[in-house]
Design a protein around this ligand. Structure first.
Ligand SMILES: [Zn+2]
Ligand SMILES: [Zn+2]
Length: 216
């Protein structure tokens, strides 16, 4: 999803055939070979089963093309131009209603990832761990972005990252191993270790944990 204005999701469009509000649906994937695309991720479609266009369409398509299908009224976002979609049954598009909240959240996440990538460039001089953690903990961030965040994690050498990383459930097991290796390297470099009993960070040569008082 590109970074852009999402106001079009709130457009109110009305079907000229039945005066019902059009539904915002995901645009069907079109094969590149077909030479056309909608130029939009969403389409506004009249899903009213009693819409006159849809009711009359069956007969029309049958006569014109000899197959069982009808039309749904459709408009593209930001356009008043009338279009029709051919549908083979009344449930077509009803399963592809756009979840506006989900799209807004995806867009927010994407923006946050982009900002974090930008902030990585100056994170060492600013001692700013935040963009590094944003990328490492974002399960939807690009692999390449997460990999560079991991490099900055080592450069920052800030042990305060450990709690957040330990408390996160990584979906990618290989990535989690890399994180664990990096934590180990950082602890070693700082002559520290994690207490096996309470997980607090303590001196690597400690014989007794200063937090939970366990003997090590
Ligand atoms: Zn209609
Ligand atoms: Zn302890």
């Amino acid at each position: 999803m590109s970074d852009r204005d999402l106001d079009y999701l709130d457009e109110i469009k009305i079907c000229p055939h039945c005066k019902t509000q059009l539904s915002c649906c995901e645009a069907p994937q079109i094969h590149v070979g077909d030479g056309l695309g909608w130029g939009s991720d969403v389409l506004f479609i009249c899903l009213n089963d009693y819409c006159s266009l849809f009711l009359k369409g069956w007969e029309h398509v049958g006569e014109q093309y000899g197959h069982h299908a009808s039309y749904r009224y459709m408009e593209l976002p930001g356009s008043k131009e009338s279009n029709v979609m051919m549908v083979g049954n009344k449930d077509a598009f009803k399963g592809s209603l756009v979840d506006k909240e989900a799209i807004r959240n995806q867009n927010k996440r994407y923006k946050k990832e982009k900002e974090a990538v930008e902030e990585l460039k100056t994170c060492v001089e600013k001692k700013n761990l935040s963009p590094v953690l944003t990328l490492l903990l974002d399960e939807s961030a690009l692999k390449g972005n997460k990999a560079s965040a991991l490099e900055y994690l080592i450069k920052l050498n800030d042990l305060s990252c450990i709690d957040a990383l330990r408390n996160h459930t990584f979906r990618d097991g290989t990535f989690e191993q890399k994180i664990n290796m990096n934590i180990k390297m950082m602890l070693d470099a700082n002559f520290k270790k994690e207490c096996p009993y309470c997980a607090e960070i303590i001196k690597s040569q400690a014989k007794k944990c200063m937090h939970c008082k366990e003997n090590l």
